[in-house]
Write a protein that binds this ligand. Structure first.
Ligand code: GLV
Ligand code: GLV
Length: 324
């Protein structure tokens, strides 16, 4: 009696897909785009487990559509803000996610995005193609260096810690962080825990790696951008909703801050007429934080293992599904 598992996208990496196919009857959403709501509501009806992505909102309505045999929802992501954790807990449905494995890849991307923004890589590259590179110039395409700078990491978790360790290698002078608790790992990079306002006032580079929760939603707004240095560079690799995006656009247009690098925004994908796409001082990427080949493969395997752990009643190898 093989369990039934819904996978909400056809192109998940082979490792996880094969694992599930070996042991379950897999129902695959066949189209490359995110599963539409009506299809999710219908396909979830008879399954024991769901393999989902951060583009799938799993809320009361979806869980009501599912039968009482649904035992696990595993997301191929570290973020779980698209899952209604209360509603899942209420029904005793276990939740899987993929922290840890994507830390290095996401930190790598955060550093790449930071450097692309501060040293204006995308703008400089475009300038060549536009014929704007006339000669080497003493003042052209300059941006602030990392060496000697103060970096602020908002929400120091696994990813933020890894970003800090990388940036220490660039001879930064000081790393500040906010977190609900003192992070002992911060000793490795001399990190100092401060209040958010202090971080905003003192940092040359502000990097957001916090999870999206009711507390962090829109925590970057007109008020917080005002508190930053005019020369500040703002990097977000967490979730778009931690930012009041119109306020960010205003801050970028009016020189309240120098520049922003965003791997996440609202909505995703961003409409092509969005103002963010018109700003030279904004580097924008299509949510590719964890998109290292090996990482995505591993994320699919962990997601599959999280599902099998619950359906077969054995402990997951790594990590165990979220304990709610
Ligand atoms: C990516 O944003 C993730 O949550 O894994
Ligand atoms: C966030 O979830 C992290 O792993 O840093």
């Amino acid at each position: 009696n093989r369990p039934k598992v819904l996978i909400t996208r056809p192109d998940i990496p082979a490792g996880g897909l094969n694992l599930l196919k070996e042991q379950c009857d897999v129902i695959l959403w066949e189209k490359p785009e995110p599963i539409p709501r009506f299809a999710l509501l219908s396909k979830i009806q008879n399954v024991d487990g769901v393999y989902c992505l951060l583009t799938d909102k799993i809320d009361e309505e979806v869980l009501n559509a599912a039968g009482s045999q649904l035992k696990v929802v595993a997301s191929m992501s570290v973020g779980v803000d698209h899952l209604d954790l209360q509603a899942l807990k209420k029904r005793n449905i276990k939740v899987g996610y993929t922290p840890g494995i994507l830390t290095d890849a996401t930190a790598e991307l955060a550093v790449a995005l930071l450097l692309s923004t501060s040293r204006r890589l995308i703008e400089a590259n475009r300038a060549i193609y536009k014929g704007e590179w006339k000669a080497w110039s003493p003042t052209w395409m300059c941006g602030p260096g990392l060496s000697g700078s103060t970096v602020g990491i908002v929400g120091l978790g696994r990813i933020g810690t890894q970003v800090a360790k990388c940036l220490k290698g660039f001879n930064t002078a000081k790393i500040l962080y906010t977190s609900r608790s003192i992070k002992h790992a911060a000793i490795q990079f001399g990190g100092e825990k401060v209040e958010l306002d202090t971080l905003l006032e003192r940092s040359d580079f502000i990097i957001v790696t916090t999870a999206l929760t009711p507390d962090t939603r829109q925590m970057f707004n007109k008020n917080t951008f005002q508190k930053m240095k005019k020369s500040a560079i703002f990097i977000n690799v967490s979730r778009g909703d931690v930012v009041d995006q119109p306020a960010l656009i205003e801050a970028l247009k009016n020189g309240i801050i120098r520049a922003a690098g965003l791997d996440v925004m609202t909505p995703e994908p961003i409409p092509l007429d969005n103002e963010l796409l018109k700003l030279d001082n904004c580097v924008i990427l299509p949510h590719i934080g964890s998109a290292a080949i090996e990482t995505r493969e591993e994320m699919s395997i962990i997601t599959a293992k999280n599902i099998m752990a619950v359906l077969k009643g054995v402990p997951a190898e790594m990590p165990s599904p979220l304990q709610l």
